[in-house]
Design a protein around this ligand. Sequence first.
Ligand code: DP6
Length: 328
Amino acid sequence: MREAIAAANSNIALAKYWGKRDEVLNLPYTGSISITLAGLTTTARVAFDSEHRSDRVAMNGELVVGAQAVAVRKFLDCVRQLADERTTAEVEVQTNFPVAAGLASSASTFAALALASATALGLSLPARQISVLARRGSGSASRSIFGGYVEWLAGEESDGSDSYAVPLAPADSWRLGIVIAITDLARKQVGSRQGMAHALKRSPFFPAWLETHEADLEAVRRGILERDLTLLGEAAEHNCLKMHAVSMASSPALLYWNPATVAVMRRVLQLREGGADAYFTIDAGPQVKIICPWTQREGIAAAIREVPGVQQVLLSEPGGPATLVEGL
Ligand code: DP6
């Protein structure tokens, strides 16, 4: 049996991917930049030559059916096509953090699946090609192939061959603290995929999002390379609020926040007035991620735990790339 096991971390985007120029290939209109998150990990085991007529997918011990299973099968079809392979696979995925609640479990899942399935089929691809492959499963997964600070280049080709992630700076080049406030543990109602497609079609602000994104990318990139947290944090907050403003202005509206999301944002602003270097960002869900200097993370986490409605606080930092591992 040809099998491999890989692990990949989730990531948070500081300049976000929101809108596709190609929905099948997951090609974005813009570039995006993220931090790969240590400790928020998905492990995937892929074994080809299964005895079953179709792929079998289990997530956290349960057999998956419906849209999620279809997404994994479609992804495996991409890998099979690359390897000129026809056999079905058994897939087991384990994630150690709350899934589908705006913590980018699709990023770590498809990054781990890309590395495991390509390895199982004997495709020895460079990391950049694994990133292209991961992108087919979920756009943000292209970034989780690399560790530390990562940029996904939008690319221009219609086949997506130049749309992959590249490392910007290694994880240990700048040890930021990352505090994650979970304000709702339920599965989110409108996923990123539907959300960005809706905003693209139905928000009058979408053109402004595209026009102004390059300046945010440039500021975030420079913030990372110069280790300037004020520059990085202000640009990331601005980009986050813009993505949500674009979505809220869609018709019908797309509102990802709950009262606790807003309360955490306000608390971050207050902490900053009190001298802390904390900045927030929010993806397509109600959770708030806060970046700060490593030395401030415990104090900030303690303050955020006190905010009414916060269910759980996770601590992270820039983490490593997707890797092959021995066991689940
Ligand atoms: C708001 O990568 O989950 O987190 O490509 O359709 O799978 P698909 O979308 P996905 O979108 C992530 C959107 C975001 C911003 C980001 O991660 O850049």
